[in-house]
Design a protein around this ligand. Structure first.
Ligand code: PAF
Length: 282
């Protein structure tokens, strides 16, 4: 049976009796098939699955974006029950950030480009809340979606640097049949925007196709993504990137593992996606 907890004290008491290992799935709610896949990974590998649902105000660079983030407690709890989650922590904001809270996790170079450049303060907010969640839950494993590839890298770096004992596990992006990556933000797309949104995947696959055909110029791969985005009038490309898979530095030549990624706006809704390029032997 899924137990819903609100306070740090309730969480601590439940965890004290929870069989180990513990698998943590941190979320901001409005759960979808991508989250379900993370819960299943945790359920398969861990004796206790803990899902946290908290729309973290500190990772939104714009108040309006925070305000319009979709929320439904009943819907989310029904999904957690279906997925046989053991514990759901749904704290009010003051349980995560008490009134005298005064600490930030300062993130380094990995958080600089791409989402970090487009959304100032975003990764500091993510790293701060994830550090709190890791400390409170003390899980052996934490599961994150590869759709947010840079987020996974920043969190993994933080966990290593701060010697946090939770292992960060990245899970494959879950997609709609037309290729659109599942995201809570898809909810905001109008029917026309929803029909246009698979352009992100098409752009990534166009660049991947060029790479498979032997193209190694980073700029040519970025241009291939831009060209596909330009063919979709509702899509406003924010960035396209072909970057080193370890440092996220933009590449002139692709000679090892790389990450293709992009951010695209459909009206006020901003979507991201990515595609890894394996190294020469991959
Ligand atoms: O990916 C998300 O939903 C959030 O960034 C996370 C990791 C739950 C932190 O608030």
């Amino acid at each position: 049976m899924t137990r819903v907890l609100r306070t740090r004290a309730e969480l601590r008491a439940a965890l004290a009796r929870a069989p180990r290992p513990i698998g943590l799935v941190p979320t901001m709610g409005w759960l979808h098939g991508g989250h379900r896949a993370l819960m299943r990974r945790a359920r398969d590998a861990d004796a206790t699955t803990v899902v946290t649902i908290f729309v973290n105000p500190r990772q939104f660079d714009q108040a309006a974006d925070f305000g319009r983030y979709p929320r439904s407690e009943a819907r989310d709890l029904a999904i957690c029950a279906e997925e046989e989650v053991d514990l759901v922590w749904m704290p009010p904001v003051e349980e995560v950030y008490p009134a005298d809270f005064d600490t930030r996790v300062s993130v380094g170079a990995l958080a600089g480009p791409l989402e970090g450049a487009a959304r100032p303060g975003h990764f500091e907010g993510v790293a701060t809340v994830v550090a709190i969640l890791f400390a409170l839950v003390g899980a052996e494993h934490a599961y994150f979606g590869q759709k947010d590839a840079q987020q996974v890298m920043v969190i993994r770096r933080m966990a290593l640097d701060l010697a946090l004992p939770t292992e960060v596990i990245a899970c494959p992006t879950v997609r709609e049949p037309d290729g659109l990556a599942l995201s809570s933000r898809n909810f905001h797309l109008s029917p026309a925007e929803r029909a246009a949104a698979p352009v992100l995947r098409r752009a990534l696959l166009a660049a991947r196709g060029r790479w498979e055909a032997g193209e190694r110029s980073g700029e040519a791969l970025r241009a291939a993504m831009r060209a596909v985005l330009a063919s979709e009038p509702l899509a406003e490309g924010e960035y396209v990137s072909c970057a080193d898979a370890e440092t996220l530095a933009e590449l002139e030549r692709v000679q090892g593992p790389a990450l293709l990624s992009l951010a695209v706006r459909f009206g006020p809704t901003r979507l991201i996606d990515n595609e890894p390029l394996p190294g020469p032997a991959g």
